[in-house]
Design a protein around this ligand. Structure first.
Ligand code: ADP
Ligand code: MG
Length: 422
């Protein structure tokens, strides 16, 4: 995954702080999540399953008032003819937002390469970036508030974890603070985990203060009923979850679409028109496919000009979206049934391609038209009503060839990159 790729980028101000408030307000508003996801959970089994856990937790009462959010909000620069370019949000990741670790190392890689190429001045313009430290700082704060020196931080991971080195950078930042980290899979928690009478989570006799989910965001991550049982056990526990089930659901594409509806941001920021305006300015057009006249209009619009849109199911991890003529094929099949509510429709964002080289192991170097996506990491910790910390902890730039509509680094399409400011 070594990448040397340079890109000119205008850095706009985006506020992960506001995004954190928004995610937290959604977490608190059970009615909103219920309304927003009502149609989706009738057809999407995975979201329905997560929602069932969310409901069970609300019924029992949350056993932990500390909330830890490590989010990454992703943007592309929309540059249409005659319009001023603006950053539009692609999505927000509230679970397992990755590459905070590796993107802490890429500035040095690119600086080194630029120096070797005799371009000292450019090498000095690569921004410092250390999301790993910031993400770990928030985890450490949550662990400290949990209040037990013996407690460990669990990284909940997959069996075969290709992205382990990304995670390790965050992990080592915690070890530096003398916080003990263990890596567990769902099955480990299922076999060796239990709650005591105060709902404290113990795995193999170790008390768990924080669970950081780097797994559990897609159906395949739940390999058996045991995985679901383990997720429920952790959600019910007093360990701080990153994210807890409600915050996980707040990051679904359906919620993103509902937030773009008129009046919805105002519900969360009733006295802050400026915040509403700033957040809304980053939204691209997002359209419902719920049954009814509004959803019917979305279907006709998409069928008439599919190249203008992206059709998105409620999935994470890249490679799931539908583009171009395939949008028509899918919509023709589902347009008369509730199945269409598993998707949302989004305006396609149009960045101007930049000619550049993408370097990947095993692929020949060739110049291609490249598009970039900027991720901004936000880390927050709340305790009850207090926002204890809420900061922007760094960025991620991913660049891919414009031949590919979809797909990130893990999907084998994009490469890790750095903004080079002029
Ligand atoms: P995932 O959860 O799978 O990462 P995303 O919404 O981030 O889903 O979409 C995956 C990729 O598809 C993005 O990284 C981006 O390259 C492309 N993409 C998504 N939405 C749009 C859009 N509205 N316009 C242009 N490209 C998009
Ligand atoms: Mg994405």
């Amino acid at each position: 995954m070594f990448v040397q790729q340079f890109f000119v980028f205008l850095l706009f101000f985006v506020s992960p702080g506001q995004q954190s408030f928004l995610t937290f307000y959604i977490f608190q508003d059970a009615d909103f999540l219920q309304e927003a996801l009502a149609s989706t959970i009738t057809v999407d089994d995975f979201t329905a399953r997560l929602f069932k856990i969310h409901q069970q937790i609300l019924k029992e009462g949350r056993s932990q008032s500390i909330v830890l959010g490590l989010n990454r909000s992703d943007y592309m620069l929309d540059q249409r003819e005659n319009d001023t370019p603006s950053l539009k949000q692609i999505e927000i990741n509230t679970i397992a937002a990755s590459f905070g670790g590796l993107s802490s190392r890429t500035p040095d890689v690119h600086r080194h390469i630029l120096k070797m190429a005799g371009r000292l001045e450019e090498s000095e313009r690569i921004l410092d970036n250390n999301p790993a430290a910031g993400l770990a700082r928030a985890i450490a704060k949550a662990w400290e508030l949990y209040g037990s020196e013996k407690a460990v931080v669990v990284f909940l991971v997959e069996d075969v974890q290709r992205n382990i080195f990304d995670q390790r950078y965050v992990e080592y930042e915690l070890w530096k603070r003398n916080i003990h980290v263990i890596r567990l899979r769902f099955e480990d928690v299922f076999k060796a985990g239990s709650l005591d009478q105060d709902k404290r989570l113990f795995v193999d006799g170790k008390e768990v203060g924080v669970v950081y989910f780097r797994n559990g965001y897609m159906p395949d991550n739940y390999t058996s009923e045991q995985s679901w049982d383990a997720r429920l056990l952790m959600e019910r526990s007093r360990a701080v979850k990153c994210p807890d089930i409600s915050t996980h659901l707040a990051g679904t594409k359906k919620v993103q679409q509902v937030l773009a509806r008129p009046g919805v941001l105002e519900r969360f920021f009733p006295d802050q028109p400026q915040a509403v305006q700033q957040i809304r300015a980053t939204f691209a057009g997002l359209y419902t496919l719920d049954l009814g006249p509004e959803g019917d209009k979305t279907v006709s619009m998409a069928l008439a000009a599919p190249e203008r849109f992206v059709l998105k199911p409620q999935r994470e991890g890249g490679g799931n979206n539908i583009y171009g003529s395939e949008i028509c094929q899918v919509l023709e099949q589902v347009k008369e049934s509730t199945e269409r509510t598993a998707y949302i429709l989004m305006d396609k964002i149009h960045p101007t391609p930049v000619r550049n080289y993408l370097m990947r192991q095993g692929s020949p170097l060739k110049i291609s038209n490249c598009l970039s996506e900027l991720g901004v990491f936000g880390a927050y910790v709340r305790q009850g009503k207090d926002m204890v910390t809420n900061e922007c902890v760094g960025h991620l730039l991913r660049t891919k060839s414009s031949e590919h509509s979809d797909g990130g680094v893990a999907a084998g399409v994009a490469v890790l990159d750095n903004p080079l400011l002029f």
